[in-house]
Design a protein around this ligand. Structure first.
Ligand code: TMP
Length: 208
């Protein structure tokens, strides 16, 4: 059985992850592959419970160390119980966020050293990295304005502009360091142009 391919979709809030994930899925299915979509934090029942803890705006402060450990705890469930079994069964996996979110939000945003995050990544998922990562990019003002129209902000969405600025810059740095895995897509353009780019990238991966 040929292993499925693993694609992750990244970016700050409001950059259009859901719309572009739909494009990816349709394209992969049209080529005759099975495809599974999942998200992080989340993707399994326990990991979704951890997501609720992480996104909830409660009274008790969430220490940064607890935040990064919970992200990786949730990821461990998703990788072991969902992602690896699917890939091994030949199913393609499209994941809404993966470890690059921890690098950008907990590393860039909160200031946790990148080596700490990369050590956790190595421990939790070893060589399981996406074959392709789409970084949907837009200036923070545009993303936050779009995200703001979606209702009450969660614990992350209530962060300030400069937090998301650091997250965006960190994403762009990671993408520049790993140009073979990452593709940066400018989502300030017309939506049809963005979708066409995503479709073309999917086709390229399908032909490999
Ligand atoms: P979502 O709303 O885009 O699904 O993601 C939930 C929030 O979790 C989002 O604000 C980004 C954040 N997040 C991290 O801070 N670190 C991570 O590792 C992941 C996966 C998400």
């Amino acid at each position: 059985m040929k292993r499925g391919k693993f694609i992750s979709v990244e970016g700050i809030e409001g950059v259009g992850k859901s719309t572009n994930i739909e494009v990816l899925v349709q394209r992969i299915e049209a080529a005759g592959h099975k495809v599974l979509t999942t998200r992080e934090p989340g993707g399994t029942p326990i990991a979704e419970d951890i997501r609720d803890i992480l996104t909830h705006r409660g009274e008790e402060p969430v220490p940064e160390i607890a935040e990064v450990l919970l992200m990786f705890a949730a990821r461990s469930f998703n990788v072991n119980n969902v992602i690896i079994p699917a890939l091994e069964a030949g199913t393609w996996v499209v994941c809404d966020r993966f470890t690059d979110s921890s690098r950008a939000y907990q590393g860039g945003g909160r200031g946790i050293p990148m080596e700490t995050i990369d050590r956790l990544a190595d421990w939790v998922h070893g060589d399981t990295w996406p074959d392709l990562t789409l970084l949907l990019d837009a200036p923070v003002e545009i993303g936050l304005e779009r995200a703001g129209k979606r209702g009450a902000p969660d614990r992350f969405e209530q962060e300030r502009h400069d937090f998301f600025q650091r997250v965006r810059e960190c994403y762009l740095q990671i993408a520049a360091r790993e140009p073979t895995r990452f593709v940066v897509i400018d989502t300030t353009r017309d939506i049809d142009e963005v979708k066409a780019d995503v479709a073309a990238l999917t086709d390229q991966l399908l032909s490999e």
